[in-house]
Design a protein around this ligand. Structure first.
Ligand code: CA
Length: 353
């Protein structure tokens, strides 16, 4: 190598390294708004884990500051916050945006739909993320799985629910799609903010409610006033959501984009592990700590009827909107395929001894 070429190479290397160092030191700060209050267990932990991982993996180049609903005051304003760019990122649940775009509902969970393992397979390998992109892209947003609760419990009831008739006139807090199903049975369905649930149940504003599962439910104290705890059907795999403003994401250097994606993915899956652990621990203690709680499963009659009502509602949605039809058909076909595997793997194993 000639001396001039050597010097030139040296200068070029210094220039490039210099630039690299400069970008290494440039700190980008993002703001994230979450639906949850400060210190919310499990859901909130998924968010802090993600932000912590981004900070560590980026060597402090990307800092994500979290605002809870205590600060921004709008638990159901996350979609608009991120869309407008006021926040680069959000954490919430896709089915809360049903009123803005009905098709967002299908990316959380569907009654009688996939369980968590099946749904993760659908999101990452079965075409779910591509459909999510089609729905959210129109709003300038990107949506990613944000943590799974696992199968949710069917709710707390003051009286035993034996027949379909028992739902007539029942005042229940059960949001989203499942609420529409139960109103077909004559239930009077309301949505109430989490902070007011206990009082509403205690005062008889509602007769029943569903929240999540033992780990989060027992902290709310519902078992003291409504001891019948039913197993679930309505949220078999509730996936929370990380929302990102697409323009903000595109402005990030490629390595930071990848870091954000990996941090979201690992924190989301971690939340499923934590949910299973915390629910199992709470359930193990339930008999000792709360002997009045009676765990029940709805009768075959009730399940058959609500399953049929769910199907009717999905068919009605398909008829109204071609994109909804595309997602519903896709999920039904995937469920039919993947369930065959679940049946001869996990399910066969569980019922074999
Ligand atoms: Ca729920």
């Amino acid at each position: 190598m000639g001396i001039f070429k050597f010097i030139f190479t040296l200068m070029l290397a210094t220039f490039l390294t210099g630039n690299l160092n400069a970008s290494d030191k440039k700190v980008i700060t993002w703001k994230l708004a979450q639906t949850w209050g400060t210190g919310m267990p499990i859901f909130g932990e998924a968010v802090t884990n993600m932000a912590e991982r981004v900070k560590k993996m980026s060597n402090g180049r990307l800092i994500i500051k979290i605002d809870s609903k205590n600060k921004h005051k709008a638990p159901f304003g996350i979609f608009d916050f991120v869309k407008s760019g006021r926040y680069q990122m959000g954490h919430s649940a896709s089915y809360y945006w049903k009123g803005k775009d009905m098709k967002t509902m299908f990316f959380t969970t569907v009654p009688f739909g996939m369980i968590a393992t099946e749904q993760y397979a659908w999101f990452y390998y079965g075409g779910g993320m591509e459909l999510s992109k089609e729905v959210y892209g129109k709003h300038g947003l990107m949506s990613f799985p944000g943590g799974n609760t696992g199968n949710q419990m069917g709710g707390w009831f003051k009286k035993e629910m034996n027949t379909v008739e028992d739902f007539k006139g029942l005042k229940m807090r059960i949001p989203g799609f499942a609420g529409e199903v139960l109103s077909k049975l004559g239930a009077s369905v309301v949505n109430i903010a989490p902070g007011e649930l206990y009082t509403a149940l205690d005062r008889g504003t509602i007769d029943a409610l569903e929240w999540v599962g033992p780990a989060l439910d027992l902290k709310m104290g519902f078992h003291k006033i409504a001891p019948y705890y039913y197993t679930g059907w309505h949220e078999p795999a509730t996936e929370l959501q990380f929302l990102i403003n697409e323009k903000a994401f595109n402005k990030l250097p490629a390595d930071l984009q990848e870091i954000v994606k990996e941090a979201m993915k690992s924190s989301a899956y971690d939340m499923l592990s934590q949910s299973i652990n915390d629910n199992a621990v709470s359930l193990a203690n339930i008999k000792k700590d709360y002997p009045n709680v009676q765990i029940k499963t709805f009768s075959k009659d009730i399940m058959t009827r609500i399953n049929a009502e769910t199907d009717t509602l999905l068919n009605e949605m398909s008829a109204k909107d071609p994109m909804a039809k595309k997602i519903i058909d896709h999920q039904r076909a995937y469920l039919k395929m993947v369930r065959q595997w679940t049946n001869i793997s996990d399910f066969a194993y569980l019922k074999s001894y």
